[in-house]
Design a protein around this ligand. Structure first.
Ligand code: ADP
Ligand code: MG
Length: 714
């Protein structure tokens, strides 16, 4: 017994030296750790292709081929001499390996690991190459293929052989794919009987999941593709389910302790606003309002994240939610990240409230002393029902009579302390309900994990009638045509944004680019016929506001700017957005920028100008922008291309534990299922004390599930 915990060096064929490497390179300390190192791919020996059948438009190919020759190239395509004993690997920039099978030849290309690959890919030897083919000078090649040694008569009975994560150092030390398979085989033979089930029998029964022993055996040595599928599903589910369970359990503990304000009524003001709308709510808006209403009635404090693309109608949802609260005699507030945005909210919200009895006020840093005093007393005596503002509204001297609901717009711009302050503004220390709104679409799968203990609502439907924005991609050579297009739009009375990147590390250079761009525009669009304004983050506030206002009021035809316009300004008359060096922006940033046009009646255009030297990945990302306007699709695709660890901001560090087999980018369906099932289990047994759930309780006691408290995220 206890073999799972034995040190890896005691496994047959390992020994102290290899053990040290396994620990260093892959973090494997025990035999149990080794068993939980799964193949990331399988070589299907029945599906090796011929070189002659290679096409470019496939995701990947697998060929078995013999090395014919190797050539090392230096800078600018010069050939590094390879005869004689001494090879100058340092001079080599690229390794080209020509391989052949019975049907033809192709090239394998390496820019990294040149020496190592040169040495192992000796002419005459046969390997299995796997990767995405691309076409170069009319011939196919694979850049950085995965290379495996064909395994004759290995221990796997079926046609599928696992390929394990590895490193150059491991392979050099002789831990090849074949050796790894042998180690796994020995580990399983030794430990499989002592592996205990982690999921309750009823869970496996209800969901049709296979047992853990079967899953582990088949993830390493699948008897066939069906067994592999079953094993994969089981292990992915287990991983995501336990994670969701640990996140949601904390949430249940929290919400049980809360004495949330109960708001059972729908007052006349809600109905007055609702009935006065000139349009119907979208299905998504209706669904979200229902979700919020259920929260407000539940007796638990609401802590909900509302995601919806720019223009999806979040403001209306926020206002209707506020009216639910005021209908129960509570005050509400909506906090925006900037003064411009707060003002815009205020004027929109006043329109929504026109037929109601709710008094609305605006409080920002620039509210005058007299007005401020009036607002303070209106909040204290309860006569103001809805306060709109910037962070000025969480200052200590702002005291509500009974704040029941706080809405935070664009949450990523507020710090944790600021949000905590809002929590403290409820009546008699009871925290108000909190609704956090964001237009930065986070893929649903990521939201469920990063904001695992928040409830997430999504408005995934746009109000009807919004015109699509036509997006195109060009190189700077096209600028004359772009200028002509701008002139024709301006002649129709429209306005144009021209946006330059402004990246913190590159601020000086970026600023001079922006200024040069401004001069170019001034030359192309001279006064007095055309008026151009410029805004950027380094201008004084009054200069910035002056220029912004000039554009918003239609006194300027063109606004040259950095991303400061990303949030805020709503100029329905602007129909063209030109984005320079588009490859330097993040996808979600581009998406936000594009949301600034297409708000009026005119046909709108987003013109992306990219550098000639844009990398292939950046090109793909920009092409995605041209293809879709759906923010969630963009976020999902962005995550698929870059991996979830690469997303910006809070999300990046937000992943509570690293996943071993499941992928947030690819396993959204299983994640949804795992979360729903975790909810069901916790609903029936919130503290997991039922003997039926004993295995789950034991798993959650393990180190890796002792995650920090994520409840402070909003
Ligand atoms: P968001 O805050 O999500 O960016 P807004 O709330 O500002 O979006 O809404 C964008 C525009 O759509 C506003 O002019 C609003 O009046 C309008 N709108 C909202 N809901 C609907 C609807 N259901 N049907 C038609 N128009 C709507
Ligand atoms: Mg908005």
């Amino acid at each position: 017994m206890g073999e799972l915990q034995s040190e890896i060096k005691y496994l047959k064929g390992v020994g102290p030296k290899r053990a040290e490497l396994l620990q260093k390179e892959l973090g494997i300390a025990t035999i149990g750790d080794l068993i939980r190192l799964y193949p990331f791919r399988y070589i299907d020996r029945s599906s090796i292709q011929n070189i002659a059948s290679v096409r470019q438009d496939v995701a990947s190919i697998q060929i078995q081929a013999r090395v014919v020759s190797r050539t090392l190239y230096g800078p600018a395509g010069s050939i590094v001499k390879t005869d004689g004993e001494k090879i100058h690997f340092n001079a080599a920039k690229r390794l080209s390996v020509i391989v052949e099978d019975q049907t033809g030849r192709m090239e394998m290309v390496f820019f990294k690991g040149i020496r190592w690959n040169y040495e192992r890919l000796a002419p005459g030897l046969t390997f299995i190459f796997f990767g995405k083919p691309s076409e170069f000078n009319g011939r196919y090649n694979i850049v950085h293929p995965e290379v495996d040694v064909p395994q004759e008569g290995n221990m796997s009975q079926g046609a599928l052989t696992g390929v394990y994560p590895s490193t150059e150092r491991l392979k050099t030390a002789g831990i090849t794919g074949k050796v790894m398979c042998k180690m796994q085989s020995a580990a399983l033979a030794l430990c499989l009987p002592e592996i205990t089930e982690t999921l309750p029998d009823y869970v496996m029964g209800e969901l049709g999941l296979c047992g853990l022993q079967y899953a582990l055996k088949n993830i390493h040595f699948p008897s066939d593709t069906y067994a592999l599928q079953k094993a994969t599903r089981r292990l992915k589910f287990e991983e995501l389910f336990l994670l969701q369970l640990s996140l949601l359990k904390q949430k249940y503990i929290r919400s049980r302790g809360d004495n949330g304000i109960v708001m059972p009524k729908v007052g006349p003001d809600f109905n007055a606003c609702y009935n006065s709308l000139p349009y119907k709510l979208t299905g998504a808006q209706q669904r979200v309002i229902k979700e919020i209403r259920e929260d407000l009635m539940s007796g638990h404090q609401m802590n909900r994240l509302l995601q919806g693309d720019v223009g999806s109608g979040k403001t209306l949802v926020a206002v209707l939610s506020c009216l639910l609260a005021t209908g129960n005699g509570y005050q509400t507030c909506i906090m925006a990240p900037t003064e411009v945005l707060a003002q815009q909210h205020y004027s929109n919200i006043c329109k929504y409230l026109a037929n109601t009895s709710v008094k609305c006020a605006l409080l920002t840093g620039s509210t005058g002393t007299k007005d401020r005093r009036e607002i303070h007393s209106g909040l204290e005596d309860g006569s103001i029902g809805l306060l709109v503002g910037t962070h000025a509204l969480i200052e200590d001297n702002v005291i509500f009579k009974n704040l029941g609901l706080a809405v935070i717009d664009e949450q990523h711009r507020f710090g944790v302390d600021q949000r905590a302050k809002l929590w403290s503004k409820g009546p008699g220390g009871i925290p108000p309900h909190v609704l956090v709104m964001t237009a930065t679409p986070i893929p649903r799968t990521l939201a469920m994990t990063v904001y695992g203990d928040l409830d997430v609502s999504v408005i995934d439907e746009m109000p009807p009638g919004r015109k699509p924005v036509r997006t195109t991609l060009h190189t700077p050579a096209k600028m004359p045509a772009v200028y002509n297009f701008m002139r024709s739009e301006i002649a129709k009375g429209r306005q144009v944004f021209v946006v330059y990147p402004m990246i913190f590390e590159n601020e000086k250079l970026d600023l001079s680019n922006l200024e040069r761009g401004y001069e170019d525009i001034m030359k192309e669009f001279p006064l007095p016929q055309y008026k151009t304004a410029m805004v950027h983050g380094q201008q004084a506030n009054d200069v910035k506001n002056f220029n912004m206002d000039a554009f918003a009021a239609g006194r300027a035809d063109i606004l040259v700017s950095t991303t400061v316009i990303e949030v805020g300004v709503d100029v329905p008359n602007a129909s063209v957005m030109v984005i320079m060096s588009a490859e330097r922006f993040g996808l979600s940033q581009l998406h936000q920028l594009r949301g600034r046009v297409g708000r009026g009646a005119a046909d709108s255009h987003c013109i992306l100008i990219r550098d000639l030297k844009t990398s292939k990945e950046s090109l793909q990302r920009l092409e995605l922008m041209c293809r879709t306007e759906n923010g969630f699709e963009i976020a999902e695709e962005d995550m698929k291309m870059r991996g979830p660890g690469d997303l910006e901001g809070t999300m990046q560090s937000g992943l509570p534990i690293s996943l071993n087999i499941a992928s947030l980018a690819k396993d959204g369906l299983i994640l949804g299922e795992a979360r729903a099932y975790a909810q069901k289990v916790l609903k029936a047994d919130p503290s997991l004390t039922d003997p039926r759930n004993a295995r789950l309780a034991a798993e959650l006691r393990k180190e890796k599930y002792r995650v920090q408290d994520y409840s402070k995220i909003s």
